[in-house]
Design a protein around this ligand. Sequence first.
Ligand code: FAD
Length: 467
Amino acid sequence: MVNSIVWFRNDLRITDNAVINYSLENNRKVLPVYIYDPSTSLGSASKWWLKNSLISLNKSLKGNLIVIEGEPSKILLDLVNKNNIKEILWNERYSKDDRSQDNEIKNIIKNHEVNFITFHSCLLKNPQNTLKKDATPFKVYTPFYKQQYQGMTYELYNYNTEEIDYIDCGHKEQHLKILDDFIKTEKWHEKLHDKWVPGEAGAQEKLKVFLSNGLNGYSEGRNRPDKQYTSMLSPHIRFGEISIREVAKSIENINTEDAEIFYKELVWREFSYHLLYHFPHLVDTNLQKKFNKFKWLDNKNHLESWQKGMTGYPIIDAGMRQLYQTGYMHNRVRMIVGSFLVKNLMLHWSHGQEWFWDTLVDADIASNSASWQWIAGTGADAAPYFRIFNPITQSKKFDPDGVYIKKYVHELKDIPSNIIHMPSDCDAETLKNYGLILGEDYPSPIVDLSITRDRALSAFKELSTEK
Ligand SMILES: Cc1cc2nc3c(=O)[nH]c(=O)nc-3n(C[C@H](O)[C@H](O)[C@H](O)COP(=O)(O)OP(=O)(O)OC[C@H]3O[C@@H](n4cnc5c(N)ncnc54)[C@H](O)[C@@H]3O)c2cc1C
């Protein structure tokens, strides 16, 4: 019998996982491993999620998961030698750094008579195979969707996880204790426990609830942060606790606009990975080079007010506080706060990308980078330069009664809905009657919307019209 390492990375599940399927079909004895590599940067919220997800995965694997901290090639080599390993199995990762690390590992270990067998279980399709007819990558979402994904159906793997045959390497209980040493719990994390259940069971529950409560009405409802229409699956998908094919399959036979729009959102994730794979510098460089000479502003006070949810614009402050309190922000609000940062404050999109990276439980290298470039207008298929979200109009439209605002901006809990979207438009006496003194209980707006809008329009227009 062949001994194989199953190296878990962004696929922390045992169901519908190509690697597990291969090991069962080929009667492998497996050593499931997770390597925590301190050189890869993970945000604080992601670390919390990862730790809890690994605890859950270990249960699914009947306590057989080995968790080790260190440099992956060294650790794998050591495990190969100690356990007579002949094969290493993994699902591919797609960022430039991950891909070069994987190639390096293959080079280091290939002299040890070990085979590498790799799969693509983290996406619906291998991004290498989603090129245009002329073999160049897509830069526009709609043709990408239509030519590559529309009408696709998905087959899931069918196997019995009870049949997984584990290599016994002892000291199992030590491995999870190690997690406490290298992923420190921060006070901030306590709040996340109230909100999320990382792991496969939590993911399945979210999908079930979404299919019965959210999907019907999703196409309109997904824009409403004051209601619960979206699936909240993003961190589960990010860590691969649920197979993306399983999510797509769950709506495959539902012929409604809601199901199609939801499927299209899953394909936005694929599009982000397509961009990341074919334009690896997406993470740190403007996709449209002309923006390299854009004169972003540098204002630490503004950045800090944005991060803390103290801008004086209630919908923005609600979003930023939702993020800090729960590790999540509604998609519509992500767009509003993003536009405010890059257009009204004119701060570089990388500030937003970094803050989201640290605080989102679903922080994802492809979706986060592509979305920030989209918002800034610097990316592929990006928002046009003149698209500047007006936070007040957006707030009135998508949170008409201020329910979302009041949930996160407690200072405004007694403010009526006709005033709540922009308290500073109201006179001080009226606000006082509702128990609010602007500048004391809640900040005055940090910038003027109309002045900063005009400033952004002329700055972006200059560059955007350049070829
Ligand atoms: C500035 C900005 C940064 C973002 N950063 C991330 C990120 O780091 N990680 C992340 O997963 N999403 C990111 N998104 C996309 C989107 O906001 C989240 O995927 C969505 O809010 C997650 O909530 P949900 O699971 O309830 O979504 P649903 O509406 O239920 O969508 C289902 C799934 O589709 C995928 N999806 C939905 N919308 C998008 C999108 N626009 N782009 C890519 N995938 C999408 C997600 O996997 C999501 O879980 C970002 C969006 C913006 C505007």
